[in-house]
Structure formats: C-alpha cells, structure tokens
Design a protein around this ligand. Structure first.
Ligand code: HEC
Ligand code: HEC
Length: 216
C-alpha cells in the first residue's frame, strides 16, 4: 500500500526519529572545536535512512522512493521542504517531517552528495510492451494536443535528471504515479512546474509513463 493513499501507521517513523535523535546526540562532542561536521553526521544518519530507503538508497519497496543517483540539488531541496513542513503529502508528513527536523543544512548537503553518488536502482517491472511504448511516447513527445510538454525536455533524454529536475529512471512506478496525481494539489509547492503537465494527463497515461520510467 502506498503511504500517501492509505493512512500509514506512525510507529516506524517515530522509531526512526528517535533513532536519529539518539545518533545525533551521540555525535555531539564535549568540546565545541571537535564539533562533528555535516559529513560525519550524514555518515551516521544514512543508517537511519537505510531502514526505509534501502542500502545506498536503492529501495526495494515501492512505498519508499529510491534516492540512489538522484540529483543532489533536488535531494537537498526536498529535505529542506520537508524540514520547513512545506512538502506535505500524507506520506511525507508521517515519514519525513520528523527525521528531517533534526538535520542542519550541512548534513542535508552531505546526505544529498552521498545519495547522488550511489549507483542507481536498475530498471524493473513487468509492464507489457504496449504500455511501455505508450509511456515512452509521452516521455519523449508529451501530449501536444493537450499542451503537455515532453518530459525529456526537463528530466533529460534518459530521465537521468539535471540540477533541480529529478532523476526519474528506475524509480518505483507506484511512487511516480502518486506524485503525478499529487501535483494537482498544493502539497508540493516546488512542484509548480509539474502542475500543468499533470493536470492534463489521464490516470492511464500517468500509469503508462510511470511504468516506462521504472523500466529504465
Ligand atoms: C521511516 C521511514 C523513512 C525514513 C527513516 C526516511 N525516509 Fe525518506 N521517505 C520516506 C517515505 C515514505 C517517502 C515518500 C513519501 C511519499 O510517498 O510521499 C520519503 C521520501 C523521501 C525523499 C523524497 C524523494 C523524492 O524522490 O522526492 C527524500 C529525498 C528522502 N525521503 C530522504 C531521506 C533521508 C536522507 C533520510 C535519512 C536522513 C530519510 N529519507 C529517512 C520514508 C522514510
Ligand atoms: C518544465 C519542466 C518539466 C517538465 C516538462 C516535466 N517536469 Fe516533472 N518535474 C519538474 C520539476 C522542477 C520537478 C521537481 C518538483 C519539486 O521540487 O517538487 C519535477 C518532478 C517530477 C516528479 C516527481 C519526482 C519525485 O522523485 O518525487 C515526477 C514523477 C515527474 N516530474 C514526472 C514528469 C513527467 C511524467 C513529465 C512529462 C509528462 C514531466 N515530469 C515533465 C519539471 C518538469
């Protein structure tokens, strides 16, 4: 079940937040000049992140987006949006607000650098060739009759991402589909560029493009 769709149990997120607080407290040195820097804290924090996002951010569970190989600028902005309680879908409120509240800017940057350097999740899924072809057509060409632009023009020819435009290749289709539906709402304020695209796609088209992206 996708946590954005079904109200998630809060227990794992609470435990993760407590674990993170404990790790960061352990890292607090007695003397200010020994203050752990962002990358020390990030090295500890990834153990907590891995409980949900998987080893190196290669999540095997579609409820948790993959982070490996994601654009560092995009990752840092999402973590800051969670911390500021601006990105606020049900799943992110339950899972990411508590953990991100404990991260300072240096640690966020170090986490973004760490995950962007990991080998991305390989393409996967069992969609039919017809669905994959339909998804690829939307990704490469958009839906000109509806004013939907080619996804590739922002997300890169192979959905590899660029700067603030996230990598989509290999990402779980369920997660991608949930985001496309969610961009119609105000829950992702930085998703403003996506609102027009998502508003003019049918659920069938969203599912096709999501399946294609997962297969890359
Ligand atoms: C208890 C589980 C849990 C833990 C621990 C956790 N996350 Fe998440 N994270 C989630 C879920 C669930 C989502 C997606 C929410 C949704 O579907 O909207 C998410 C989303 C994200 C996203 C957005 C991804 C995207 O493609 O936009 C980023 C970035 C992220 N997490 C980073 C981290 C980092 C870094 C850590 C460790 C400091 C961490 N998470 C710890 C569950 C967790
Ligand atoms: C004009 C540029 C632009 C175009 C065209 C575009 N996107 Fe995006 N997309 C973005 C930006 C910017 C974000 C990051 C939003 C944020 O930070 O919240 C994004 C985010 C996304 C996400 C969320 C990823 C995640 O990890 O949470 C999905 C899914 C997505 N786009 C799919 C698509 C698809 C499918 C198309 C084509 C139909 C498309 N995009 C076309 C700019 C664009």
């Amino acid at each position: 079940m996708h946590p954005g769709v079904i109200s998630p149990t809060l227990l794992p997120a609470r435990i993760a937040t407590i674990a993170m607080a404990a790790l960061l407290a352990l890292a607090t040195p007695a003397k200010a000049q020994d203050m752990a820097n962002g990358s020390d804290l990030a090295r500890r924090a990834v153990h907590v992140c891995a409980a949900c996002h998987g080893d190196g951010g290669r999540s095997q569970n579609p409820a948790y987006p993959a982070l490996a190989g994601q654009m560092p600028m995009y990752l840092a902005r999402q973590l800051k949006d969670f911390r500021a309680q601006q990105r606020s879908e049900a799943g992110t409120q339950a899972y990411m607000w508590g953990v991100s509240a404990l991260l300072d800017d240096d640690t966020i940057q170090a986490l973004a650098d760490y995950y962007s350097a990991q080998t991305p999740l390989a393409g996967h899924g069992k969609a039919s060739p017809a669905v994959l072809r339909a998804g690829r057509d939307i990704f490469d060409n958009g839906l000109p009759a509806k004013g939907v632009r080619a996804c590739a023009s922002c997300h890169g020819e192979h959905a590899e991402g660029a700067a603030g435009f996230p990598r989509l290749a290999g990402q779980h289709a369920d997660y991608l589909y949930a985001q496309l539906k969610g961009f119609g709402s105000r829950l992702r304020p930085h998703g403003v560029l996506m609102r027009a695209e998502a508003a003019h796609m049918s659920p069938v088209q969203m599912k096709a493009v999501a399946a294609y992206l997962q297969s890359l």
